[in-house]
Ligand binder design. Sequence first.
Ligand SMILES: [Ca+2]
Length: 725
Amino acid sequence: MSSTKLGRTAACALAFPALALLGTMHAATARADSDFAIRSPGVVTGGLVSGDSVTINVTASSPGSIKRAKVMMNGNDVTSALQPDGNPGSMTGVVSGLAVGPNLFEVFTRHGHHGHRHNDAVAQLVVARATPPAMSCASLASLPLGDFPVQSSGGVGGTTITSATLVPATATLPEYCRVQGRLQDRVGVAGVLGTVSYRPEQPYATRFDVRLPTAWNGRYMFQGGGGTEGGNPNATGSSNNGTNGVSMLTNGYVVAAQNGGHLNSELPPTLAATATTPSILSQNMFFSDALAVRDWGYNSIDVTTRTTKFLIDAYYGREPDKSYFVGCSTSGRQGMAMTQLFPSYYDGVIAGDPFFIPPDISLSETWSLQQIAAISPPSAPDPVTGIIRPLYHLSIPPGDQQLFTTAILAACDAIDGLVDGVIEDMARCKFDPATFVFPSSGPYGSIAPGQPLQCTGEKTATCLTPGQVNATKKIAEGPRTSRGERIVTPDGTTLTGYPFDGGFMQPQGIPTRDIGTATQQPGNIGLGSGQLSLFWFTTPDTNYNPLTVNYDTDIPLVAASSPAINKSTDIRAFTRRGGKLIFYHGLSDSGPPWTYTHRYFHDVAKARGGLEDASKFMKMYLIPNMGHCGGNAATDRFDMLAPLVNWVENRIAPDTVIASGTNFFDTVGTLTGLPKARSRPLCPYPQTLRYTGPEGGDIALAENYTCREWPPRGRDRDDDDDDDD
Ligand SMILES: [Ca+2]
């Protein structure tokens, strides 16, 4: 149900004890009246009502306070519609007369105390009444093309609507109008010049899919893609880590998706490796067309957003009340690009596991791959090409990976107060695999009691070779020169690695994107590293083998800027018009390291007066064990959109977000029968999770956990990003 309670502001301030004074200064009004809340039972946050009335409930901390409450709807006093409902300090009633579109309910106090501003609402709630279409769905296909925002220019096409079809309601989705089309059709190039892959007349266009529900809640949601995109856009309105797998069409959102400006099925096929050149994946083949890279960077989002808003205006007769961006990975980056480059487009942005500094992330990924390659046995020469490649999956075989996972858990699992296979408290996890000695008691006491993880003699099943240990340490530490110095790239980024457990809580312990399997090469080879010399070198070099990056000499080859580098910390134009930004990042993401997102968050906060001030427009959730945009023994299903809407529209800042996952370990050391499905809160940074339920209580229940500040302040893992606020 919709619930708003400005008291969260006060709770937040209390959760940052070092900054409580600042919080008091900035949020005095809200704190003074923190005991009021307004909600509409039965209406989900970001949902809608179909009729002209809605049930409203207002609560206060005491029966005395509730008598002072005055409830306004769109500026009219509707207090008389609410009556005491039998609960102390609570009144409920049906309010009618809702206007089509957004209706603003506000709670005021009749007699503020001395010095108190009477004009400020102490709680507010927006209730959307469904907006019907103003024209038929099919007629959207015959709108004058000259009216659309994207027009042809030079050799680049304008807007093409390919279909507008009314899709009947199903058991799970409401009726909606589906509009598909293309923007900026043009001919470019693709592939590698001088090879069979080269295409001098490669077709490009941004394809979009916009779905407009017949009962519209006034809101628009952009649904982001991942990787290099390039699929046929499919605006389902649903993502596991954004909307908890629920289609936002059911809540009445208009949903839009796009393809990043190219179709993979139209790109040249993958170019095979030769004895001297690396393979180039088909999906990377648009690298040679600068406009195609810009499309993927931000332009396709720009033109799709403007077109969607135009279609909304045409179909319903008015613009969206609020616009939201939901993305992870590539679209986490694109969401950041919107806040930096197009600050007026979205009111709220969710940026998950963002791939926002691709050259730097690629260099971190490549460094990891090189460490694994260095300890991988070579394959036999290919009988045709003679190519010898590292057998990555044999570098640290599954049994050794499991041993490594168990060692990290043995070192750090219990720090958060609960041995459960999850490290909630990364900041206090100090793990050095070279010196770690297995415990001889407790849940992890029977693995190799009193034995060091690093073999002192022959390799056994319960120790790792010094070479294996060294590889994991280097992955954790990140790129360095041969003299051990940290590296600053041309775009100004200091490279980092994957601090334990960053990437190490994959199902079998070592970043899967670096190690692959017997039948699948490491995922980072094709995407992250495979893109390095194509997309992120100032002069693309298709002969360059990214696995031979020389970190002493090759860094200057990397570009300082790109349409896909979205690292500006100046998002004032976005936040000054009320924009809100939520980051999340899996702590075991073996693609983009979470450390970069963490540093960006701190850099923005530093520029804006510190974490507490920045928390008025920006939140971050670091998700224990979670891989890249999901996966692992982690709570990787959650709804970030409802908290974002509550923040943007009802002025309630996000706090804990209840998440769930189904892949938790049922056996942890000697503990067995643990629940594989668990629900627990995600904590707003810098808080972290503690088990606070009864001894022996249900560890699968979110209510048995509490978020507390990530202790202690100033002891962040990443030694390059001290917290200066
Ligand atoms: Ca734990």
